[in-house]
Write a protein that binds this ligand. Structure first.
Ligand SMILES: [Zn+2]
Length: 497
């Protein structure tokens, strides 16, 4: 399908040799793609996970997702807003990845990448508003690997997209999910931390893998009084009617029935900051709880987010609708105590290389001495955590929940975004234009075309690797629930889409 000249050009342009082998069966979907071509493509653009080169010490793992937290809200990543003292103290003891990227701007495909070590096209979980795809049972997850290795596995989750309905609890023997019908009733961070510590107290005598999902930074923004007083706009410092952000508000906004003006978005942003600060205080309580139980010295703790949030950075609000930095750049910090089995010290450090959420699963597996999931695309970050590697990794991002669908490729300091419907392509130089305000697709046409070709190749490789995805088998009640949340349209609405 692709000529030798193109293959060579891509390899030369990338400067990365084959670093691994393609694992497992690659399933073509009516397209004859040879294993050889896929191997070249994938080796050139994705750093294939290698088997762990050294046996690692057995450690517990706590994986924390701060849903909807932008990277630029953390003091350790440059924020001067003073929102995150607990996370900033943690950062001093961790590997801090300054440029970590999600593969999607919304929860389901992003956390599926975190769990599976695969990009959204490869694992198949995601879809769009009204046509969701659950994670196929055939996709192996990090929790399944830990459970197979006789770790106790638990999940504390606060959103429907991280539940059994979407195939996301594979491998977890205990799932504590609180998924209310209205977002003003979501479980708060204090209760989430209590649930996590309670689970730990019941399983601390055995090796464990615990996933903790905090939902506080997600709409709606209603920080507790202390944080409202400190961070909200003066007119919002007293609790009152919700400014904006109930599910019905967002349905109207997404449907174009409501417009938000700049002053309202700035007030919402300050309330969001209050939620991030409150969340930080409760994540800090989880860190303290691990220390008080004497677990910190043999527990790996990873903190990240599934996507960010937009406050008119590109004229929009919330998330799920673009592939710009404010939605894809996420925090990632990993605190791994001690040394690797070969004696390399896991000291705190800053890592500036571009990395991806799909790299987290193989990293946590390697740190805990557990085999990584099969068919994985991500590559362990341990070489970056020990200073043995500083290579940037290409990031493929795919799929919007609402708005124009699209995909993006970030490579080194360049990023190309292609919108599906209009085949419109934008190109950004992130080194000189980190806020993506100047589209260079017209003046840098050769680079644009090269990156679009690479994006197409990754798409083909990931599609070929994807196992058959299935629609979630929903009960009538679940379907009605999804419709009430605005996540599933009625058939009438579908016809007009
Ligand atoms: Zn999310």
């Amino acid at each position: 399908m692709f000529g030798a000249a193109k293959r060579r050009a891509i390899r030369d342009g990338d400067g990365i040799g084959a670093r691994g082998r393609v694992r497992g069966a690659l399933m073509g979907r009516g397209v004859a793609i040879s294993i050889g071509v896929i191997a070249v493509v994938t080796a050139g653009l994705y750093l294939i996970a290698r088997p762990a080169s050294e046996p690692s010490l057995r450690r517990n793992v706590v994986l924390i997702v701060l849903d909807t937290v932008r990277a630029d809200r953390l003091g350790s990543l440059g924020s001067t807003r003073g929102l995150t003292p607990a996370l900033d103290a943690f950062a001093k003891e961790a590997a801090v990845f300054e440029r970590a990227y999600s593969h999607a701007p919304w929860t389901l495909p992003s956390i599926a990448s975190l769990f599976s070590g695969r990009d959204p096209l490869s694992h198949g979980a995601g879809g769009r508003l009204g046509t969701f795809q659950r994670m196929p049972d055939g996709v192996e997850t990090i929790a399944e690997r830990f459970r197979a290795a006789r770790f106790r596995t638990g999940a504390i989750v606060n959103a429907l997209f991280v539940t059994e309905t979407f195939g996301m609890t594979q491998g977890f023997e205990h799932v504590d999910a609180v998924v209310p019908r209205a977002n003003e009733s979501a479980r708060r961070a204090d209760a989430t931390t209590d649930a996590a510590l309670n689970w730990i107290d019941h399983h601390r005598d055995e090796p464990f893998f615990l996933f903790v999902h905090y939902f506080d930074a997600h709409l709606l923004y209603d920080p507790p009084p202390e944080f409202r007083t400190r961070f909200a706009d003066p007119q919002d410092r007293r609790p009152g009617p919700i400014l904006f952000g109930r599910l019905e508000d967002m349905l109207d906004f997404r449907g174009g029935k409501v417009r938000l003006d700049e002053p309202i978005v700035r007030r919402l942003e300050k309330l969001y900051d209050g939620e991030v600060a409150y969340l930080d205080s409760q994540v800090g309580r989880l860190f303290d709880g691990l220390a008080q139980r004497g677990l910190s010295s043999y527990t790996v703790v990873a903190v990240t987010s599934d996507h960010g949030e937009e406050f008119f950075d590109h004229g929009g609000f919330e998330h799920g609708h673009t592939l710009y930095e404010e939605l894809l750049h996420v925090p990632l910090m990993i605190r791994a105590p001690g040394r690797t089995a070969s004696g390399t010290s896991l000291t705190p450090r800053r890592v500036s290389a571009v990395v991806r959420l799909m790299d987290v699963a193989p990293t946590l597996c390697e740190l805990a001495g557990v085999p990584a999931p099969k068919e994985i695309q991500g590559d362990s970050l341990l070489p970056l955590m020990t200073g043995r590697d500083d290579l940037n990794r290409p990031v493929y991002a795919f799929g919007n929940l609402w708005g124009e669908s699209g995909e993006a490729l970030r490579k080194e300091d360049w990023k190309v975004i292609r919108e599906a419907k209009a085949s419109r392509v934008r190109l950004f130089d992130l080194r000189h234009d980190p806020r993506e305000q100047r589209d260079l697709s017209g003046t840098e046409a050769a680079r644009r075309d090269r990156m679009v070709a690479e994006l197409d190749l990754i798409r083909r490789a990931s599609e070929a690797a994807r196992q058959a995805s299935t629609q979630p088998s929903l009960t009538r009640e679940q379907r009605e629930h999804l419709q009430s949340l605005g996540y599933l349209k009625s058939e009438d609405e579908d016809r007009h889409d």
